[in-house]
Design a protein around this ligand. Structure first.
Ligand SMILES: Nc1nc2c(ncn2[C@@H]2O[C@H](COP(=O)(O)OP(=O)(O)OP(=O)(O)O)[C@@H](O)[C@H]2O)c(=O)[nH]1
Ligand SMILES: [Mg+2]
Length: 321
């Protein structure tokens, strides 16, 4: 049987309930990809990270160039990629369109201090820096195979489709979606003399998207430039963001970087003290990150209390912006 051209899974015509199901042996897409593409109807598939590591080990046996794709809004620890890969790495920071236009690109690039042969900031949505990206790929490639790796939802498949659309006559076909684990197995896609190899993304258990319904995931993922919202808080206040998290703080200046469609409610009289809050010490010019949801920049030292789903990773870091 063939592989699905949308997600890479091995096609089967036997069991409609199992992944890879196609109605006919001649189908190019599995039913899941067909439904995502034609009806925007998403079916969540849970994947294990073990096969992900097997893919990295396989890549490490080659001399092929690796594009490590990082979502500038929801990036994460990259050490696992460096643990398994000794290949030349081109760091591709994507979704530039989400961050304010006024930011300096070099400042963003400098923030990502990882071993790489070069790094570049792009946006697949805005077709931003793609000619430069294609030049870098041609400059640094040692073979004709180019691997594309990264966390799930980083935008790997969207990037591949954009390269195919821009620089070949083929119609882009790789499936993309807001849900995690869209790509299920490696997919080889021809781009002139090159072969681009899409890979399933690494799943981060601390990412809030693992614990939300598709309709809520759609709401929390920004799809255009974020409008930051700044507050100066004197007396103790509580910020409630769609019950996804609550933040108690006083005497702080803070700026929320969240999807524009999320509503931030302020409460001056705090009445829900029964809920469990986690206390966090924050230094001036640090971000408080709620993984998968966004971040809050603080401009002074403070102690805040946050209440969020237990499995979601909440941490501080040097401010991105
Ligand atoms: N704003 C913005 N969104 C993007 C961009 N590129 C991709 N996305 C969105 O990010 C989400 C994930 O994109 P995919 O291309 O499916 O991500 P992936 O890395 O292939 O994910 P997996 O296959 O699950 O590993 C989709 O909703 C895309 O539309 C971009 O440049 N800007
Ligand atoms: Mg993908």
């Amino acid at each position: 049987m063939n592989k699905c051209q949308g997600c890479g899974i091995l096609l089967q015509t036997v069991d409609p309930k199992k992944i890879g199901y196609a109605i006919s042996e001649n189908d190019k897409l599995c039913q899941r990809c067909f439904r995502i593409k034609n009806y925007n109807d998403y079916k969540l598939v849970t994947q294990e990270n073990k096969s992900f590591i097997d893919v990295l080990k396989k890549i490490n046996q080659t001399k092929d160039l690796v594009l490590l794709v990082v979502d500038v809004f929801t990036f994460n620890d990259l050490s696992i990629f460096y643990k398994y890969l000794n290949n030349d790495i081109l760091l591709v920071i994507t979704k530039r369109d989400i961050l304010p236009k006024s930011l300096n690109d070099d400042k963003i690039l400098n923030y990502f201090n990882y071993r790489c042969i070069d790094k570049i900031l792009i946006s697949s949505y805005k077709n931003y820096n793609f000619d430069y990206l294609f030049d870098l790929i041609k400059r640094y490639k040692k073979t004709d195979n180019i691997y594309i790796v990264g966390y799930t939802n980083a935008g790997k498949s969207t990037l591949i489709n954009k390269l195919i659309y821009n620089y070949s006559n083929i119609k882009p076909i790789v499936t993309t979606s807001i849900l995690p684990s869209t790509t299920l197995d490696t997919i080889k896609i021809k781009l002139n003399d090159l072969t681009l190899i899409d890979t399933p993304g690494l799943i981060s258990k601390g990412n809030i998207i693992n614990y939300l319904e598709p309709s809520m995931i759609k709401k929390i993922i920004p799809n255009k430039e974020i409008k930051p919202i700044t507050y100066q808080v004197k007396e103790e206040q509580l910020f409630n963001v769609e019950n996804l998290f609550k933040l108690k703080c006083s005497k702080v200046n803070l700026t929320f970087y969240l999807a524009n469609q999320l509503e931030i409610k302020r409460q001056y009289k705090i009445i829900d003290l029964k809920e469990k809050y986690q206390q966090i010490n924050i230094k001036a010019n640090q971000d408080l990150v709620i993984e998968g949801l966004g971040f809050i920049k603080f401009t002074n030292d403070c102690i805040v209390n946050i209440n969020c789903l237990k499995s979601v990773n909440v941490y501080t870091r040097k401010s991105l912006i």
